[in-house]
Design a protein. Structure first.
Length: 210
């Protein structure tokens, strides 16, 4: 029954469209094969894990507390460029502070290193306290030296309170437009089945409408 419906759903999608399908672990393997065949493996985006239950499940051999949400997009690159980000919560925003009274507001230091070795990103950096910093083993700086100097002159490099620490890039809270979504969906962030049943009850005065 799933195959012809998936074929039909594919016809409904625009070039910028994506499809999200919730499925439990009893059928997720078959669904993935069908989706790969119909949409193409190259259009696979993610297999998200949704924590649908927050209370203990003791009826089965292993408690069933999650489902999956498969995501495929007609144009994966366009999807990546246009999909929404997850907004910061106040708890997540707590790491942005303003210890130096910066007039631009709260900020945090972002590590300035990147994985790998690139010759033009292996220069020395001297901190305000005179400490010479080089990239740690197996890493390089995250930018070439001219870009670093631009940030330094703009006051966007932080060397710690004493001016001795490895440099980090200052990023202000108002520059953060959210996080890239994760494949782990906790019930605190996206809700659970108890909430869903209550919504159905409120809308239809019954929980057996579907």
């Amino acid at each position: 029954m799933m195959y012809p419906r998936l074929l039909l759903l594919k016809r409904f999608l625009r070039r910028d469209g994506s499809i999200w399908i919730s499925m439990d672990d009893s059928e997720i393997a078959l669904l993935r094969l069908l989706m790969d065949e119909i949409f193409g493996r190259e259009r696979f985006i993610a297999c998200n894990v949704w924590q649908k239950r927050y209370s203990r499940e003791n009826r089965e051999a292993i408690g069933d507390v999650h489902e999956y949400v498969l995501v495929y997009a007609i144009d994966p690159e366009r999807f990546k460029a246009t999909r929404n980000r997850v907004l910061l919560t106040e708890e997540q925003a707590k790491i942005y502070r303003n210890p130096n009274g910066d007039p631009k507001g709260r900020w945090r230091g972002i590590p300035m290193t990147a994985q790998g070795w690139r010759p033009n990103q292996m220069y020395e950096i001297v901190s305000p306290a005179g400490i010479v910093h080089r990239p740690p083993e197996g890493r390089c700086w995250g930018m070439i030296e001219p870009e670093f100097k631009k940030l330094l002159s703009a006051g966007r490099i932080y060397f710690g309170k004493d001016g001795k620490s490895q440099p980090s890039v200052i990023r202000y809270l108002d520059e953060v437009d959210g996080f890239v979504p994760w494949t782990w969906w906790s019930h605190e962030e996206v809700g659970h089945t108890d909430e869903a049943r209550k919504e159905i009850q409120a809308l239809f005065k019954t929980q057996t409408v579907f």
